[in-house]
Design a protein around this ligand. Sequence first.
Ligand code: CA
Length: 237
Amino acid sequence: MSSVLVVEDESAIAELIAINLRHAGFEVTVATDAESANREVDRVLPDLVLLDWMLPGQSGVQLARRWRADVRTRELPLIMLTARSDEADKITGLDAGADDYLTKPFSTKELLARIRAVLRRKAPEALDTAVEVSGLRLDPATRRVTRRIGEDMREVKIGPTEFRLLHFLMTHPERVHSRAQLLDRVWGDHVFIEERTVDVHVKRLREALAPVQCSALIETVRGAGYRLTQKLNSLAA
Ligand code: CA
């Protein structure tokens, strides 16, 4: 389930957005000002933030700039919400690092379409779309991982944490992820879980993938972290 943080000081609007997003299957948290939004993101990274421009105290634009300046939140999917419709304001919002921009009032349909578009681009692991790498297929909707070997469709027996880890790696192939980044994006906790937990689950994931000859998909990058390679064929799996 994808998580969305709604940052909006007008409670009626925040509540309406929250109801519609929950109805569409999102997990929603509401923050009413920049400080509490920042605390929330500090605690756990949401999959996406809907950020109102006009907030009491620090504005949404200032908060967006702050997040974009921080390596941990630099890639956080972000849609700005505002009553402003001037082109200059849109440009300011996008320059501040917003991935998209929505002018109030907007329809729920449009909001959901834009959320899905930003997630597809920036956080595909938050969507229920099946992914396939080197013949290994992961389907979030059915929670199944399979690989065809000859005539056989083999199913991979995999634990829930290894499933989420594999999903994240498969939707961000060829990129090196540090243990801290994986804790943030897969476990949702970068403070209270030890980094060696990642190593334990990577080991389990490789063991789970061994029967379908896919262990070698998960590469260790010395001193940096882990990477999922798409070039399995060239490897002795
Ligand atoms: Ca507002």
